[in-house]
Design a protein around this ligand. Structure first.
Ligand code: UDP
Length: 323
């Protein structure tokens, strides 16, 4: 059985959907602090699984989970994800992300669970020294969120060495889009991410900084489609089973788009002008992030198929359905 932590959240729920479609046995663990029961209910219409509400920070919740389910592999999404909030309140991020993962790993040791796929991030690299970023790039996070993810990667390496737990760290670039059948999608409260904020017609869209050293002055990111992204988790589980060794992989589309380009693309899809205003730079933002995903393609056999346009289209369908 596969344990999915954070399975009521954005990427975790799309991953759960992928595994349900493949008839895999899963149990979802989520505190519902940021995840949604409605997402669990939508998944329940697709396939059978158990949902356990609990907090990784609470060791009793975690131990009970491992006692009650015969878990073979963990896919670990649960964690706080807001860069700006992490700058304001690093302690909250270290306690939850690093502390919670420690409880998870210690329970894995106790219950003899040896495989974990971890939801990491390109934020562990910080400001790129070269582009595109490969897995060997220097790790120098520019915000506490990225620091917590890097710290967890280090924990995982230690737990491999000391306890033989094999891990695959999947370093996501900017994840975008929604289930192509609009059953689940991106749902954060508050929403801080670019695409849902552009689509949100209840507020004026804010561009955070237009004085960066890029083609149009706005930050450049690599947007990878969520349905493409979650496929890598299945491949990572298969890899762990077959190869039984730890590794890390960048997951991105290998194409860079500026904030303004994403905005222009969204305007085209929506078919009308969107109001926007220029704001100061947002603290903790890197100027440009762009993936080299050759390793994931070569070793995992992963492929990035969907375009930015397709991601914005599914995000828009989800926004209309959900709002
Ligand atoms: N961004 C923006 N307005 C928003 C949200 C994001 O201009 O309402 C910019 C942000 O400054 C960054 C890019 O869009 O340059 C992507 O931000 P997001 O929060 O989606 O992802 P991150 O790169 O922080 O993981």
């Amino acid at each position: 059985m596969i344990l999915i932590t954070g399975g009521a959240g954005y990427i975790g729920s799309h991953c759960a959907l992928e595994f349900l479609n493949a008839d895999e046995k899963i149990v979802i663990f989520d505190s519902l602090e940021n995840g949604h029961i409605e997402t669990i209910n939508a998944l329940k219409k697709i396939g059978n699984f158990d949902f356990v509400q609990g907090d990784l920070k609470n060791i009793n919740d975690v131990e009970k989970l491992f006692k009650n389910y015969k878990i073979d592999t963990v896919i670990h999404f649960a964690g706080y994800i807001q860069v700006e909030e992490s700058v304001k309140n690093p302690q909250k991020y270290f306690e939850n992300n690093v502390g919670g993962t420690l409880n998870l790993l210690n329970s894995m040791v106790k219950y003899g669970v040896k495989k974990i796929v971890f939801s990491s991030t390109c934020a562990i690299y910080g400001e790129p020294e070269y582009i595109p970023l490969d897995e060997n790039h220097k790790k120098n996070p520019v915000n506490p969120y990225g620091e917590t993810k890097l710290e967890i990667e280090k924990q995982l390496a230690e737990y491999d060495e000391k306890y033989g737990i094999k891990s695959i760290c999947l370093r996501y670039f900017n994840v975008a889009g929604a289930d192509s059948e609009t059953r689940i999608g991106e749902w954060h409260e508050p929403e801080t991410h670019l695409i849902p904020n552009i689509l949100n017609n209840k507020q004026t869209f804010k561009i955070f900084g237009n004085d960066y050293d890029t083609k149009d002055g706005t930050c450049v990111r690599d947007y990878v489609n969520v349905e493409d992204l979650v496929k890598a988790h299945k491949l990572a589980c298969e890899y762990l089973k077959k190869e039984n060794k730890s590794d890390c992989f960048n997951l991105g589309s290998e194409k860079g788009y500026s904030v303004k380009e994403v905005f222009d693309c969204a305007e085209k899809i929506i078919g009308r002008k969107i109001d926007y205003e220029i704001m100061p730079r947002r603290e903790g933002d890197a100027v440009i992030l762009l993936a080299n995903s050759t390793k994931a393609k070569k070793i995992l056999g992963w492929n990035n198929e969907k375009t930015l346009e397709e991601s914005i289209k599914t995000a828009y369908l989800w926004y209309n359905y959900h709002s």
